[in-house]
Ligand binder design. Sequence first.
Ligand code: B12
Ligand code: SF4
Length: 575
Amino acid sequence: MGVLLASHEEERRIGIRRKGEKVLNTRGRKIVLAASDSESSEYLRSTWRQMLLATLPARYARYLNADWSVKNELAPDGQAKYVPHGLRIVEALLLQRFPAEDIAVCYPDQLELFVGEDTRVVGIHAHNPLGITFATDIYPAFYGRDIEPINAFQFRRLIEHPVLKQHKHHLRVIVGGPGAWQIEKKNLQDAWGVDCIVDGESEEVAVPLFEAALRGEPLPRRVEGRSPHLEHVPPIHHRSTFGTVEITRGCGRGCQFCSVALRGGKSIPLEQILHNVRVQVAEGADTILFVTEDLFLYEQGPKFETNVPALKRLFESVAAVPGVKHIALTHGTIAPVVKDPWVIEELSLAVDKSLDQHRASTHPEKRYQHMFVGLETGSVRLFKQYMKGKAYPYRPEQWPDVVLKGMEILNKHNWFPICTFILGLPGETPEDTRDSLDLLYALKDAKWCVIPTLFVPLEDTRLENRASAKLAELTDLQWEFFFTCWRYNVDFWRGSRVQWKFNVGVPIYYYLLGRKLFGHGIKYPLFRFAHFPERFLKGKLYLNFANGTHPRYRVPEQVPIPAERQRPAAPLASL
Ligand code: B12
Ligand code: SF4
C-alpha cells in the first residue's frame, strides 16, 4: 500500500516536500486534527504487526524497512485517508457544530498545507505518545539504554513540527486520546506547547473546548472526559485506521491495572455500526476491525451473559455489506468461551472472513481468526487480588482450567488468540512466577501468540500509584517466562526449528550486549530461546523441556460453573 502520488507536482500540491524545498503556506483551516504516522498506519494490514513494530527502536527503523511516513495513503486534497478511530470521533463531534470546510484531518507531513494564518486550534491524537506502556517500554531496551520506540519518535515528529511553533501565537494545541496522560506524567506539556490535555472520553467535552479555542480564550490545562450517554457517540464521516468500527465501549470486569475498566459499558446500536462500516468501505477499506474490550460483551445480558444471536447477527450483517471482504477483531475474554463453547462454533463466519492464514489451521483455506486475550497470570493468588472479574462466572481458583479449556475450544475452531501475560504485578513472588510458568508449559502445544509484558501503572487505574516492573530487576524465573513465550512464538509462527542464523545470533547478542544490560539471569532463558539442546540446560531452568515431562496442569474435561452463578433457565432471546 504505497502513497498514491502521481508526480512531483502532485506531491507539492498536497504538501510533501523533497529535501531543501519549501511549500508556500496557504491560510490554512480553522481546525486541524492530526495523528502520527505510526499510529495511523495500517502496517501490512495487520494489527499485531503494527503493534509490534511500533515498539521497536526508532534508531533502527530503517533497517526494518519501517518508514511509516510513506506508507499512509492520502486523499486527493492531501488530507489523511485514515487515522485512529478516536480522532474520527472527534472530527464527527466537531462536524455537528462546524462546517466541513473549516476542518482538516492530516498526517504530520501535510501539516504545512493546513496550518496557516487562519488556524485557531490543532487537535492531536495520542495513542501511546511516549511509549511508556507495556510492550513499548520493554522491547527497545534490548537495543541499549534510553532508546526511543518508533511510536514515541513519530509522535515527537508531529508535536514538534515547526509549523506549529511558527503559528503558536494564534492557535491552541489540544491533545487527547488514550495515551494523552503520558505527556503530563513526563512533564512535557509546556515544552511541547500543549495548551490542554483531554484525558478520557471526549464526547461531552470536545465541542465546548474547541469553541473556546476558536474564540481565542485560554484553555484549562487538563480536562477530564467522562463516559458519555450512548446517543452522544456520533457516527463517523470518514475512514479510520484498520477500518475500525466500535461495537462496544467499556467493560465491567474491573481489573485493577486496566485503564478502560472504568469506562461505562455500552453496545453501539447495529444501525450505527453498519453506517460506520459503509463509511469505511466507501473510502477504500475492505477490512473491518471490530473494536471492543471484549467481543462477548456485545449486547450482553445481565452478569456478562453472552448474547449469541446478537453476535451472530452482527457478523452476518457486517459481512453482508457490499465491499467488506474481511473482519478482524481486537479483544475478547476467555471465560465466555468456556461457558458457552457453541458461541465460537456459531461465529464460524469470523474465521471465513479472516484475512490471516496459517498452515496449522484446519479451515479449507487455512484461515484463522485472532483476538487479543489478556491471560495476565497463572497465579491464582495474583489473579484473585487484581483481576478476579475476568473469570466470572468461574471462581479465581478455576483460572488455569478456564485458560486451558478456553484455548482448546478456540484452537479447535481455528481461533488462534494473541495472549498477554503481565510480569511484575505488585507483590509478585517466585511462587507466583512458577505458577505462571506451569500454566505456560501446559500451553506448549497451543496455536497462539503469547506476549509477555511488564506491569506499568497506567493512569486512571486502581494501581496507578504502584511501581512499574523493570527489565533490569526481573528475576531469573521471570526471564525464563519471558523467553519461553518467545520460544513458543518463534516455533509456531516461523515454523522451523532449523533457523541457524537466529540461533547463532542470540548467543552473540548475549555476550556482546545482553549480559551487560541485564546480567546473567537472561543467559539460559536466552539459550533456550535460541534452541540450545536441552541437555545443556538441564538443571539450569525451572521448566524441563526434556521429552516425557508432564505439565502440572492438563486440559480439564469440563469446567463446572459454581451453583450460585449458574445462568437463568431461559437463554437470552435475540434482541
Ligand atoms: C484498536 C486499538 C489498537 C489498534 C489500532 C490502533 C490505531 N492506530 O487505530 C492496534 C492493535 C494496532 C493498537 C496498537 C497499540 N495499542 Co492500542 N488499542 C486499541 C483499542 C482496543 C481501541 C482504540 C479505539 O479505537 N477506541 C475507540 C475510540 C473511540 O476511543 P479512543 O481512541 O480512546 O478515543 C476517545 C478519547 O480518547 C478521545 N480522543 C481520542 N483522540 C483524541 C484527540 C483529541 C484532540 C481529543 C480532544 C480527544 C481525543 O475521544 C475519543 C472519543 O471519546 C484500545 C482500547 C480501547 N478500547 O480504547 C487500545 C489502547 C488504546 N492501546 C493501547 C496500547 C498500549 C497500544 C500499543 C502501544 C500496544 C503495544 N505495542 O504495546 C500499540 C501502539 C500502536 C502504535 N502504532 O503506536 C492502550 C493504551 C494505554 C495507554 N496509552 O494508556 C489501550 C488503551 C489498550 C489498553 N487497555 O491497554 N491499538
Ligand atoms: S477484562 Fe480486559 S478490558 Fe475488562 S477490565 Fe479486565 S483487562 Fe480491562
